[in-house]
Design a binder for this molecule. Structure first.
Ligand SMILES: [Zn+2]
Length: 274
């Protein structure tokens, strides 16, 4: 346990000067560079870090910093259908390249009070629409501005996106794997993941979203509408990804309530069910 904690602390100390090129998650593949500053790191609430003890009994890939971001040598196929809201998709479990949801619809043709950045025709599964509208309405009533930067991405789009970031990182696979999923390993292929932004940061997609009122609102309220954060702060060693304050996955209201009751983050909650 103490070894794990010291590893976590070492990460946060080094994170002060960590330069991260965040994955641009729109189909347009424009890019944005962000530096994680000490300021942002220090804003991570202690309570979001402390439950890290929950990983002490988990697989070997979570025990050393160098392997946090790595893919296991034995990649497995997902154990549930891609259509299943509780399917585990991570660095170990991969969706088939042929998987695509069959009920994709346009977000901004179906949901009001939310902006699709650059008028992009972002797609999401139809089963998400009703709860998304309810969440956006609640946010709007609370004076929160939400925009959408990305939603569904096909296997092929993810492949080109990953390769783009691999190129941006000079071919450094380890660095790329911290911020971008390889094709088949992205929650965006499910059609239930959304990257949010806000007018507070001019609809940008970067670590600065963590400092917005919109981010705080989502962290406090999104689960009530079935949306949960995919890659929370302090759990990099569990998820294998840098903190993404903007990335939420829809698992449905009942499941989200169950997850919150369990005290687990999404990754561990889904591991317990897959
Ligand atoms: Zn995302």
């Amino acid at each position: 346990m103490s070894k794990i904690i010291s590893t976590i602390i070492a990460f946060f100390l080094s994170a002060n000067t960590y330069t991260v090129v965040y994955m641009q998650e729109s189909g347009e593949e424009t890019e944005q560079t962000t530096i994680i500053t000490e300021d942002i790191v220090q804003k991570i609430p202690k309570e979001k870090i402390s439950p890290i003890k929950a990983v002490s009994g988990n697989p070997a890939e979570t025990t050393t910093k160098s392997s946090w971001w790595s893919y296991p040598s034995n990649i497995k196929q997902v154990t549930r259908s891609g259509d299943d809201l509780l399917v585990l998709v991570n660095k170990e479990y991969q969706l088939p390249s042929t998987y695509a949801p069959t009920d994709l619809v346009s977000i901004c043709n179906n949901v009001t009070n939310v902006r699709c950045v650059n008028n992009t025709n972002f797609l999401i599964r139809n089963i998400v629409i009703s709860d998304l509208q309810e969440m956006v309405n609640a946010a709007t009533n609370d004076g929160i501005d939400l925009s959408i930067r990305s939603a569904y991405r096909s296997y092929t789009t993810q492949q080109s996106t990953y390769n783009y970031w691999l190129s941006m990182n000079g071919g450094n696979v380890g660095a790329t794997d911290q911020v971008s999923a390889r094709p088949g390993h992205s929650q965006h292929q499910l059609g239930t993941a959304i990257d949010f932004s806000s007018g507070e940061i001019n609809d940008g997609l970067s670590g600065t979203f963590a400092s917005t009122k919109a981010s705080k609102w989502l962290a406090d309220n999104a689960w009530k509408y079935g949306f949960v954060i995919g890659y929370p702060a302090g759990y990099e060693s569990v998820t294998g990804y840098m903190y993404e304050s903007w990335h939420y996955r829809y698992i449905g209201k009942t499941n989200a309530q169950d997850m919150v009751n369990s005290g687990m983050i999404l990754e561990l909650y889904l591991r317990s069910l897959n």
